[in-house]
Write a protein that binds this ligand. Structure first.
Ligand SMILES: [Zn+2]
Length: 546
């Protein structure tokens, strides 16, 4: 079918602007709400690419910057309505931040702040320590992780890290208001973003044992059926501690310390104390303690292949926060182990440079961000800067291979491909804003945002409530059973996945182009789930544009 694909939310006046056509039209125009033509141009033929399978024509209207609402017209087709304006991403930013509030566990969501999406208190019972004869533990609070009601330490730490590194690099995040109730322990002076993150930090503190180690996760034994959170009354279990969770928590508490100390010294000191306690346990337990699900349990595993990247992140973050050389020495040592493991790995879950990886399984890039923040100007920082530039250039290479300017290759369309994209957008953003300002990096970040918001061959916005054709059926328990037609706005879908790893996904043809391996269906957990750490990198990237 002939279509005009476009970012359905819109563009900043000064940013690059384009639509992508999958049919041959030599000319196009941009028209306003009154039907007046405000811009005319010629399309350029890109040809057929591997990731979309479309024969694409690009309509570039970067030269037009008038603020207002418009459509692109070409041939006998027109695009959806989009906006150009200084505040064009304000609602999007509000919505993606507010999602963390909607995902809160423990206390009820009230009608004043959650509107129709309120729910009763949930998951307040104490959790049984699996396989141990010790008293049950209160680990209430935090955020539900994803479409399920589990709470996972590594996933939570990484989502918090994206948000807090965002705060460190881009101060504009402090000004984002998203209408949340007061948070326990906040005397009213925390910016919304720090108040909301405190909810998760408080929970993560409860996940730490007295000896400093951290439980990998707290969940029911098996995933709840599709019910509201308050109806999920099954026993909660704390599954074993892991060195990956302990290292991630050491890292993120040290990072949080450096931010919260300006607002609440006592709270920040507690974070630092807990970070050092976790680190002490890591030093006393140098062997990796990875994580496997208990026999018969089917909640998220979040397994990792090694813990060097986690230990590198912990050491780098503590070094950045304290300036103590012993952490720097550890960071150098662990960095070499990360690289050695990477050289010898037979199968990798990532493309590109491991020291730029910013996801839940590979966190070395988060440690690299701490090194960039430290600004020592030494060999280590130089190496990190060079690696980011090289990785950004690799991504620019990818972007030149398709008509959408998308920095992804076929191999990136895995489970949660939108996070692969968002991590790449973070790398491009950091490289452009912190290391080497480059027009091509900026353009690639914008093309990524365009893709996410509708300029893709599915013609769909992957953020609920943002864009005329936004996806509506996330694999998310509350929205599936709350009898409200639309999900709450601001949820980022996992997106296309060539693996087609659920029953509904398997109904798609096997030879589909990667970009088309998607269905907006509530049961499609391998294509359409949501998670806290798919929202958090978008907050980071958008913060750089505010
Ligand atoms: Zn809950």
């Amino acid at each position: 079918m002939e279509k005009i694909f476009i970012n359905q939310v819109g563009f900043l006046p000064a940013s690059a602007k384009k639509a992508v056509l999958n049919f041959d039209a030599p000319e196009f125009k941009v028209v306003d709400g009154a039907g007046t033509t405000v811009f005319e141009g010629k399309t350029s033929h890109f040809g057929t690419d591997e990731i979309s399978g479309e024969d694409t024509f690009v309509a570039d209207f970067s030269g037009f910057s008038g603020q207002g609402k418009y459509k692109v017209e070409a041939g006998f087709k027109e695009s959806v309505t989009f906006a150009i304006g200084d505040n064009v991403y304000d609602k999007l930013m509000h919505d993606i931040c507010k999602c963390f509030y909607y995902l809160r566990c423990g206390a009820a969501l009230d009608k004043e702040h959650a509107g129709v999406y309120y729910h009763e208190p949930c998951h307040l019972s104490k959790a049984t320590v699996y396989g141990e004869d010790v008293p049950a533990v209160d680990v209430s609070g935090g955020w539900h992780d994803a479409g399920d009601y589990g709470r996972y330490s590594t996933a939570g730490a990484v989502a918090v890290a994206h948000l807090l590194y965002g705060v460190r690099f881009f101060k504009g995040l402090f000004d984002i208001k998203f209408d949340i109730p007061a948070v326990k322990g906040d005397n009213g002076n925390l910016p919304d973003i720090l108040a909301e993150v405190k909810v998760e930090l408080d929970f993560l503190m409860k996940m730490q044992r007295e000896n400093g180690s951290v439980w990998h996760k707290v969940t029911t034994f098996n995933h709840a059926p599709f019910i509201m959170p308050e109806d999920d009354k099954e026993e909660l279990f704390l599954f074993s501690v892991s060195s990956i969770a302990t290292a991630d928590i050491a890292a993120v508490f040290a990072l949080a310390y450096s931010i919260y100390k300006d607002y609440d010294k006592a709270y920040a000191d507690k974070l630092m104390e807990r970070s050092k306690l976790a680190y002490k346990w890591l030093k006393e337990n140098p062997e990796a303690l990875l994580f496997k699900n208990a026999e018969g349990s089917n909640t998220g595993e979040y397994g990792e292949a090694e813990d060097f990247s986690n230990r590198f992140w912990a050491a780098a973050s503590l070094y950045e926060a304290t300036g103590e050389m012993k952490y720097r020495e550890d960071a150098l040592l662990q960095k070499e182990k990360v690289l050695e493991f990477d050289r010898n790995a037979e199968k990798k879950g990532y493309q590109g440079d491991v020291l730029t990886c910013l996801g839940w399984a590979e966190v070395a890039g988060l440690g690299a961000l701490s090194i960039l923040l430290k600004q020592d100007g030494d060999e280590l920082e130089k190496e990190i800067r060079e690696r980011f530039v090289k990785e950004a250039d690799r991504l620019i290479g990818n972007a030149k291979e398709n008509g959408f300017g998308l920095c992804m290759k076929k191999e990136d369309f895995i489970w949660g491909s939108n996070m692969e994209l968002l991590k790449y957008m973070m790398i491009l953003t950091v490289t452009d804003k912190v290391i080497k300002p480059t027009q091509e990096y900026k353009a690639a970040v914008h093309s990524g945002l365009d893709y996410l918001l509708g300029c893709n061959s599915m013609d769909i916005s992957y953020v609920t409530g943002n864009g005329e054709k936004a996806f509506k059926n996330p694999h998310l328990r509350p929205t599936a059973v709350d009898n409200i037609e639309d999900p709450w706005p601001g949820l980022v879908s996992g997106g296309p996945n060539r693996g087609l790893q659920d029953e509904i996904a398997m109904t798609l043809p096997k030879d589909l182009a990667p970009m088309k391996c998607y269905i907006d269906h509530v049961q499609c957990y391998s294509l359409n789930e949501i998670t806290i750490y798919w929202n958090s990198p978008l907050v980071f990237v958008l913060a750089s544009m505010m």
